[in-house]
Design a protein around this ligand. Structure first.
Ligand SMILES: Cc1ncc(COP(=O)(O)O)c(C=O)c1O
Length: 470
């Protein structure tokens, strides 16, 4: 079986600027994506000589010296990236955002798919929350905080093409999913179809429910999963197709429009876990005909932990009766009626108790940055950076375990390198922050990164791999 790539994600994401790249074919056999050995060598050390500095320090035998030199070199790389990139980089207008993120001055930060960096605006937002608390005490709830929560719902709605009353907040995606699953009666349609590449928390929602029948569409190459793979699994007994738009394990972008058609043709609903998509790949929930969506601020929205969102298509809101309930879900909440309960009319019926306000202020400011730049522009930039990173990895002959075709790949780049945990450790000592999943090093450039930083990490990995060989 061969997966043909098409331009469908351009439709899904509404025409972000494209970086030209040859179309590739993803083989279900799983080997076609492995990088070919380099045909020519690239200059990989950074112009500021950061790699040499760390090598020398390491040879001197003190890990501490190596780490210090490495951190200094990462900081130097970051500064150099800032000063030189204006002449070398495209999307120059985005480089001014580097000053927004203090961490970029000291680290090469390539880990947005795990934890987005903290911005100055978010720090100011958090400080503002504390000031308001000090200034108004409990009055802050009514005068300001509830208003800010509503503002955040509206910002997220704008970001994903929804209406504000279709958005609820939750403390994390797992709870967001529990709100939906506890509230959605699928009747006789007990079957839920997921992907084996989804983040586990999604499947757990139904695996813990004895009455559910859980089936998985399976990726043959552990990277991609054509929408057609779901079709034979979705039938009249299927209540829900639940899967992610972007796979956390490969960066693959699923064809959500096609999945909506497959689900709806059989009378099933579609739930999308968009934690790895929102903020990096444009989205219009209406155009894609999505029924439910969950996402959060930790990663590409750069708003830190503690805040997630639920989108429910307007028509479906009355169908949801969550048994994870609370007074924030109650109509006329401030009437304090103890002896009866009525759900709110809008998506906030999926909320439960007092929300955490600090993450609201942190995330609200970060959402402003994303909205200001625009996700289409972010996608243009990250697509360019991920392509550049993959090209550099291929030139080193490292196996790339993300799709090569950038129209179906996000800015999550997986490299099939042995003992990735050790590499993450070695890179951290050099001031370069990435992470790993079993057998895979995971690198995720965002709009504020530079090609210089790509070069820095590739040189550092190269050095660590050479050190292994002795
Ligand atoms: C796609 C995806 N969904 C869900 C989660 C977990 O979300 P939470 O910890 O907010 O429940 C993650 C975390 O990395 C993720 O990548």
């Amino acid at each position: 079986m061969t997966t043909k790539t098409t331009a469908r994600n351009e439709t899904q994401t509404r025409g972000y600027g494209s970086v030209s790249q040859k179309k590739s074919t993803a083989s279900a056999g799983g080997t076609a994506q492995s990088a070919q050995p380099a045909t020519k060598q690239r200059q990989t050390t950074t112009a500021n000589g950061s790699t040499r500095a760390t090598t020398r320090a390491a040879k001197n035998g003190t890990a501490a010296t190596a780490a210090t030199a490495a951190t200094t070199s990462a900081a130097a790389a970051a500064k150099t990236a800032k000063s030189r990139s204006t002449s070398a980089e495209p999307h120059r207008d985005l480089l001014r955002y580097r000053d927004e993120f203090p961490i970029l001055q000291n680290k090469v930060y390539l880990n947005s798919c795990s934890l987005g960096p903290l911005s100055r605006r978010s720090m100011a937002g958090l400080a503002r929350f504390q000031e308001l608390w000090n200034e108004h005490g409990a009055q802050a709830w009514y005068r300001l905080w509830l208003g800010e929560i509503a503002a955040v719902r509206a910002k997220v709605a704008q970001l994903i093409g929804a209406q504000p009353h279709e958005i609820a907040i939750a403390p994390n995606v797992s709870i967001a999913l529990s709100e939906i699953t506890s509230g959605l009666d699928l009747g006789e349609r007990k079957k839920v179809v997921l992907a084996d590449m989804d983040f586990p928390t999604l499947a757990y929602q139904w695996l813990v429910k004895q009455q559910s029948e859980v089936v998985f569409a399976k990726s043959a190459d552990r990277m991609t999963l054509p929408a057609e793979s779901f079709a034979p699994l979705v039938d009249e007994r299927t209540g829900l197709v639940a899967t992610s738009r972007v796979f956390y394990l490969s960066g693959y972008i699923q064809d959500i429009g096609a999945l909506a058609q497959i689900a709806h043709a059989k009378g099933a609903l579609l739930l999308v876990d968009d934690y790895q998509g929102t903020g990096q790949i444009p989205l219009d929930v209406k155009k894609l005909d999505i029924d439910f969506l969950v996402t959060g601020t930790l990663k590409w929205l750069m708003g830190g932990p503690g805040l997630a969102f639920i989108y429910v298509r307007e028509e479906l809101i009355p169908r949801l009766h969550p048994t994870v309930a609370g007074w924030f879900a109650a109509r006329d909440q401030f009437q304090f009626r103890t002896t009866d309960f009525e759900y709110r009319d809008d998506a906030t019926r999926l909320e439960a108790g007092t929300p955490a306000v600090a993450p609201i202020y942190t995330a609200s400011a970060a959402l402003d940055i994303v909205l200001e730049i625009g996700v289409e522009r972010i996608r243009e930039r990250t697509r360019f950076l991920a392509d550049d990173l993959i090209r550099r990895a291929q030139e080193k002959g490292w196996p790339v375990r993300s799709p090569l075709d950038s129209s179906i790949r996000s800015s999550i780049v997986m490299l099939g390198l042995e003992r990735p945990d050790e590499l993450v450790h070695g890179l951290t000592e050099r001031g370069i922050i990435v992470d790993y999943r079993p057998g895979l090093l995971r690198i995720s450039p965002n709009f504020y990164n530079t090609v210089e930083e790509n070069a820095t990490i590739v040189a550092a990995i190269d050095e660590l791999l050479r050190a292994r060989k002795g």
